[in-house]
Design a binder for this molecule. Structure first.
Ligand code: ATP
Ligand code: MG
Length: 544
């Protein structure tokens, strides 16, 4: 069998070869519905769903809602929309809280086997008794309670006889274990708080390390993929399923390295604080690393899936350069979107020898890389706008664009020479007086003399104003390498576009010629207000 470079797939191949799960491959994506999904979740989603797909298996969407918090419908809706937008469909949508009864019975089973006990130590005392990496823990004075007493106390915990924190149920494993997770971990705690699904039925709730293996086992998950922090929890995962003993072929936990990205903070808690503090507009602010933010920014599902594929899965934590993500969206859009002429920081150009009442339609290709995408006709006349970056009164070295007495090619139109810089009273540039050479019309086959610079332009009479939101990184590392909010993460400017851009629809993407890839903003774009987000610029800093 060919070795895959995906170590998880190698494990599955071996399981299939040995018949461990009878060839079955069943995965799950288990978000806690307490925020929006981010690009790190996308890695987990793509891994779980693509693994199930590759092996003809199944993948569940399971809400990990064992904490009694209010259900936030906004989060549920966003999670489902994001998974689907990424291109996946779950086999079943399930709630961990639906398994509370089974989890309770499992705990009773453990008590009966002498494998769990009710402990009256406080949380702080438990911490002290737990020991450290260097020192073994000490046994709780409540460790040797009889099975009968434990059964009675646990039932009383369930019935609400005790206050939060008064008692817990602990697994009875080994206080001397070198693995701290195995030192009699708490598996049930008291929390007098209503649950969105189970209401007031429960005032005891299972801890994650106890609940998760049971959730997986109930659903018949075969390969429970999680991030590396849980590696040391795996012995507990296995212990729970082995000691309860109800499942003949229990699932196995497999850990992979979580995604870290430069210039990016991915914790839901942190992202939530950004929204609540008003540091960003919303969870789907185009600067956010959330799936919703990336979508609004203009990222495509194909680009994100390609990115997840390229970073692969590994057993070692690392930080991926965000420029790889940018590279993926450029690669995807390169052959998909049409180009448009748009100028920023516009400068007026007057072609003094071009007839006042004349206007021509110039043919401009829609996508240089894909001739089949055809061309469009763009109006050209005596007054034009050019980009602020395409003119320098006193050109720096190797500047080949417009400057006094220089001739350049206006893309798709004529050769044009700048003759005079007309100034405002304050000394700023009012307009450039230029002349054109009629015999250099594009497409006429004229090639007599070469010009070094080619610039784009927009006809002033028919131009449409556009609002351009140029995004920069939301986070920038400080001198210690710690990410801090970038105070200049968005620059909003008004530019001019060729008239075709007025026909754009919200969500439509373009290349703004020589500037970058842009999307008509899902929320703000309208016929009256043409708002575009910069998805990514054209320059790639990504190196193989
Ligand atoms: P956060 O710390 O951002 O709140 P989380 O791990 O608490 O994330 P969950 O909703 O519990 O969020 O995660 C659902 C799944 O997504 C888990 O299986 C988790 O391992 C995975 N996941 C979360 N963050 C990443 C990441 N950066 N890279 C890969 N997988 C991730
Ligand atoms: Mg979590």
């Amino acid at each position: 069998m060919a070795e895959s470079n995906n170590f998880i797939h190698n494990i599955i191949d071996n399981d299939n070869a040995s018949g461990k799960y009878g060839g079955k491959v069943y995965t799950r994506f288990p978000p806690e519905p307490n925020g929006y999904l981010h690009i790190g979740h996308a890695k987990s989603i793509c891994l779980n769903f693509s693994t199930a797909k590759k092996y003809g298996g199944k993948c569940n969407l399971r809400y990990d809602d064992t904490n009694p918090v209010k259900e936030d419908v906004e989060y549920i809706n966003s999670i489902e929309a994001d998974v689907r937008w990424l291109g996946w469909e779950w086999d079943e949508r399930l709630w961990a809280s639906d398994y509370f009864d089974t989890m309770y019975e499992g705990a009773v089973e453990l008590i009966k086997k002498g494998k769990a006990y009710v402990c009256d130590l406080s949380a702080d005392e438990i911490k002290v008794y737990r020991g450290t990496l260097k020192e073994p823990g000490r046994e709780s004075p409540y460790r040797e309670r009889s099975v009968e007493e434990n059964l009675r106390l646990f039932a009383e915990m369930k019935e609400g006889k005790y206050k939060d924190g008064e008692k817990v149920l602990r697994a009875k494993i080994d206080m001397g274990s070198p693995n701290i997770n195995m030192r009699d971990p708490v598996i049930y705690r008291i929390a007098h708080a209503p649950h969105h699904n189970t209401g007031d039925k429960w005032c005891i709730y299972p801890m994650y390390d106890y609940a998760h293996p049971i959730e997986d086992a109930i659903e018949g998950i075969t390969h429970s993929i999680c991030t590396l922090e849980f590696e040391d929890h795996r012995p507990l995962y296995d212990w729970v399923l082995r000691e309860i003993g109800w499942w003949t072929q229990p699932p196995q936990q497999i850990e992979f390295a979580r995604l870290n990205l430069t210039n990016t903070v991915m914790s839901k808690r942190y992202l939530k604080a950004l929204v609540e503090n008003g540091d960003v507009e919303s969870w789907d602010d185009p600067r956010m690393p959330t799936i919703a933010g990336l979508r609004r920014r203009g990222y495509t599902p194909e680009a994100i899936r390609d990115f997840c594929e390229r970073i692969g899965v590994s057993k070692a934590n690392s930080i991926v350069d965000v420029s790889l993500l940018e590279h993926c969206v450029r690669e995807d859009l390169k052959t998909k979107v049409e180009s448009r002429n748009v100028v920023e920081k516009p400068i007026k150009v007057i072609i003094t020898n071009y007839p006042e009442d004349m206007s021509e339609m110039m043919e401009i290709e829609n996508n240089k890389e894909v001739p089949e995408m055809g061309s469009r006709m763009v109006p050209f006349s005596r007054e034009l706008w050019v980009d602020g970056e395409d003119f320098q009164e006193f050109p720096e070295k190797k500047y080949f664009r417009l400057f006094p007495s220089n001739e350049v090619r206006f893309k798709g139109a004529y050769f044009i020479t700048c003759n005079e810089v007309v100034k405002n009273e304050d000394g700023s540039v009012k307009e450039l007086h230029c002349t054109y050479d009629p015999k250099t019309r594009s497409g006429s086959g004229f090639e007599e003399r070469k010009v070094k610079g080619t610039i784009h332009w927009v006809d002033a009479k028919t131009a449409v104003p556009v609002t351009i939101r140029n995004y920069n990184y939301l986070m920038l590392p400080d001198e210690n390498g710690n990410n801090q909010l970038n105070p200049a993460s968005v620059e909003v400017t008004v530019g001019y576009a060729e008239p075709a851009l007025a026909e754009a629809k919200a969500g439509e993407r373009f290349q703004f010629f020589r500037h970058g890839y842009y999307i008509a903003d899902e929320k703000l774009f309208s016929k009256e207000n043409l708002v575009f987000n910069r998805i990514v610029d054209l320059k790639s800093s990504w190196k193989k």
